[in-house]
Design a binder for this molecule. Structure first.
Ligand code: PEP
Length: 253
């Protein structure tokens, strides 16, 4: 049994004060939630304050990105070690916005994922095809190639620290969600890719999140698919009422 993992990615939103007000509501409503693991990914400047506010709860604080080096002459970057120092326990790598606008490649995502895990944190490795790639029938090929690069340094011993997020680019922030059957097809393919690389038992233990316009009204249908183990949530994680309803809907029945 894999415990579903629902992560709210706040992207470039919320001051420290706004982040604290949201997370305080989440702490009150979800701090003791059972059957589902919850995480939030604030902007870097709010990670420390949010992690402190969440101390003593099971809600994880996550970074949204990192560099692969621990320290040095890398102006503007944050290492997994510094994110851990600030209180993060997971780091998202390879989000499609990083790939699209900041030049992240499958190779750099692989280096970041390896660095995150080597630093003792969990890595959430995002993959997903564009609309043109889906329409061109290339979804599985694109996902395979992103997984090959993104997981290049991951072995079976790192599996407990690995989550894969399948996020079709055409469904992110568009209000257009993959149907549960579309998502399940790609998740099953990802599971097979993981099994071929890491062995079936290891692949079975790895959570695969779905992301792309998930909200309370569609979470239950998506999460009831066999290979979907939680959600990666953008817009619907910015308001407490929406995110709390979504997490509750994502719990296994
Ligand atoms: C995301 O950015 O990872 C995401 C899933 O966003 P949204 O929920 O807004 O589609």
């Amino acid at each position: 049994m894999r415990t579903p993992f629902v992560v709210g990615n706040w992207k470039l939103n919320k001051t420290v004060a706004d982040a604290l007000s949201l997370v305080t509501e989440l702490k009150n409503q979800l701090g003791a939630v059972k059957g589902v693991q919850v995480g939030v990914a604030p902007v870097a400047t709010a990670i420390h304050a949010v992690a402190k506010r969440l101390e003593g709860t099971s809600i994880a604080t996550c970074g949204q990105n990192c560099h692969w080096e621990a320290s040095g002459a890398w102006t503007g970057e944050l290492s997994p070690q510094l994110l851990a120092d600030a209180g993060a326990s997971w780091v998202i790598v390879g989000h499609s916005e990083r790939r699209q606008f900041f030049g992240d490649t499958s190779e750099s995502v692989g280096k970041k994922a390896a660095a995150v895990i080597a630093a003792g944190l969990g890595a959430i490795v995002c993959v997903g095809e564009s609309l043109a790639e889906r329409d061109g029938g290339r979804t599985l090929e694109v996902v395979d190639s992103q997984l090959a690069g993104g997981l290049a340094s991951i072995d079976a011993s790192s599996a407990a620290k690995l989550v894969v997020a399948y996020e079709p680019v055409w469904a992110i922030g568009t209000g257009r969600t993959a149907t549960p059957a579309q998502a399940q097809e790609v998740h099953a393919h990802i599971r097979k890719h993981l099994a071929d690389r890491l062995g079936a038992a290891c692949a079975d233990s790895i959570r695969i999140q779905y992301g792309g316009s998930v909200k309370a009204s569609n979470a239950e249908a998506l999460m009831s698919e066999k290979e979907i183990d939680g959600a990666h949530v953008g817009d619907a994680s910015l308001e407490a009422v929406d995110f709390i309803a979504l997490v509750k809907a994502a719990r296994p029945s």
